[in-house]
Structures are given as structure tokens and as C-alpha cells.
Design a protein around this ligand. Structure first.
Ligand SMILES: [Zn+2]
Length: 284
């Protein structure tokens, strides 16, 4: 059971935790920044020491369990105050147990290894606000508000590297089905906002690769398809089955993650008669 990493480009490292969740490490001259902390399974702090000797600033894109679990190993982390409600939802005992029990089917680990379970050791949450800058020495990151997946989702824009770290704000399987998710229109507004920013690639918190900015145009078409052209199919989140939504598949086959583009929107009553055998993993 361990972590692994992949260098995306100079000063930009993608880390994968034992459960397959992903975070990004940005390295400057005098500090490093970890964007998201994955599930909390495994000793993330020790692993970071193998990658950098620099002090590490920890920033969370949002407060879902697969981004904040490892935050409990740090004294302080940055998070939007709009994510306070998600902190409570994802510290709900039932949800934490579901996630952990499901993970244990994949690989054996002890309860102590799941730092996210230990709610008594919460870090100090420092407020992450739009426009806030982190200067790592030669590499600067600016916080950008990216509402949609959650109200307080934040990204980090790095002009020197030409990348936007986007968390779950834009992904090939865009999740807007959660209770805390905003409307498709709110997501479209965020896509408009990002189109005006200068960067070449974006990096999600579920993929170990760079996505070209142009990909966002396909995501826009997918969102519009869900509004006007497609009834969709019922989706059940395999990890937490009570979370349901409507999946609109815009393009690609399930087996080919590279071209697959879909959006999962909130479920309405009219969709109850459509059944969809959910076999897809959230992180794909
Ligand atoms: Zn999320």
C-alpha cells in the first residue's frame, strides 16, 4: 500500500494515493504547495518528504472526502469558507464509514491509516479567498473561484507554468448531481469565466495528466447537451449509493477515458423510470 507520483512538467508533480485519488504538488524555490490531499489513507506527510525538503502549504479545492482526507496530517490548510457545509456533510459518520468500508474491499489497511476518520484532529482551516496569491519563489499561484461542482470550489492559476489546477471544477465526467452542487447554468458561467483566463493546460484532482484548455469547449457542449438534447439515465454513485443523479453521455465509450465526456446532473422525479446500471467509477 503506497503512494506514487508522476511529473506532469517541471515543478508540477501529480501524486496518487493508495486508493487511486490524486493531488498536485507545485514546487518553487523556497516553498511547495500541495493542492488537495486525497483520501487520507496512508502517511502522506512522509511521502511528501521524499519529494521535497521545502515547507509545504496545503490548499484544498473543496471539502469532499477524496480531497480533504489527508488534510488531517497538517496543522493548517486553506479552504473556502463556502465549503463549511460540505465539511459537515463529509464528516457525517455514516458517509465516512461507507467510504472506508468500501475502500477496505479494495485493499487492506488499518483504521489508524485513515486519518480522515479522526475528526478530533481537524487542522485549522484558513480562509481561501479569490485573488489570494501564494508565492513559492519563481512560481506564483492565484486562487480562482470556480463554483459549480460545489459552491466554494476553488482553483489555482499559475501563469509561470501555464496551468490551472481545477480540482473537480471541470472533469470529463462532470459531477453536478450532489445536493451541494449548483445548476448547470452556474457551471456554464464558470466555464465562461475561465475561458477569459490565460493558461494552456488544466489539471484535475482525479487524473494524472494535463488537459489542454480547448477541452473546456467540449465540456461546454456537453453541459448544453444535457440542458437541451438529452434525457439522460439514472446514475448511482457506487461508493455512496444514496447519491443519485442523471448521467448525460456526450461522447466516447466507457472503455476509453481519453475521449469520454459526460455530465451528471441532479435527479428530478421524471427520471425515476429510467434505470441505468451504474458501473462507472467516479474518479474516471
Ligand atoms: Zn468533489
Amino acid at each position: 500500500m503506497g503512494f506514487s507520483h508522476h511529473t506532469l512538467k517541471k515543478n508540477l508533480i501529480s501524486i496518487r494515493d493508495p486508493l487511486g485519488y490524486v493531488a498536485t504538488l507545485v514546487i518553487g524555490r523556497h516553498a511547495a504547495l500541495l493542492f488537495d490531499t486525497m483520501s487520507g489513507v496512508g502517511d502522506l506527510r512522509s511521502y511528501l518528504k521524499t519529494l521535497t525538503d521545502l515547507p509545504v502549504i496545503v490548499v484544498l479545492s473543496h471539502a469532499h472526502f477524496d480531497h480533504l482526507g489527508g488534510a488531517f496530517l497538517f496543522d493548517e490548510v486553506y479552504l473556502s469558507s463556502q465549503e463549511a457545509i460540505n465539511l459537515e456533510i463529509y464528516f457525517d459518520k455514516e458517509i465516512r464509514e461507507l467510504v472506508v468500508n468500501n475502500a477496505k474491499k479494495k485493499l487492506p489497511f488499518t483504521h489508524q491509516a485513515v486519518h480522515g476518520l479522526n475528526a478530533s484532529s481537524r487542522p485549522d482551516f484558513l480562509e481561501l479567498k479569490e485573488g489570494m496569491r501564494f508565492d513559492l519563489g519563481g512560481v506564483r499561484l492565484e486562487a480562482i473561484s470556480l463554483p459549480g461542482h460545489t459552491p466554494g470550489s476553488m482553483g489555482l492559476l499559475c501563469k509561470e507554468l501555464g496551468v490551472l489546477l481545477s480540482g473537480d471544477a471541470f472533469t470529463p465526467i462532470m459531477c453536478l448531481f450532489l445536493e451541494e452542487s449548483l445548476s448547470v447554468n452556474a457551471y456554464l458561467r464558470t466555464l465562461d469565466k475561465v475561458a477569459r483566463l490565460s493558461f494552456d493546460y488544466f489539471v484535475t484532482s482525479h487524473h494524472q495528466r494535463l488537459f489542454e484548455k480547448e477541452r473546456l469547449e467540449i465540456f461546454r457542449s456537453c453541459a448544453e447537451f444535457s440542458q437541451h438534447n438529452d434525457k439522460g439515465k439514472l446514475f448511482r454513485y457506487s461508493l455512496i449509493p444514496k447519491f443519485e443523479g442523471v448521467m448525460h453521455i456526450f461522447q466516447g465509450s466507457r472503455d476509453n477515458a481519453d475521449d469520454f465526456v459526460a455530465i451528471i446532473t441532479k435527479k428530478e422525479k421524471k427520471d425515476e423510470d429510467i434505470l441505468f446500471d451504474e458501473a462507472m467509477k467516479y474518479r474516471k
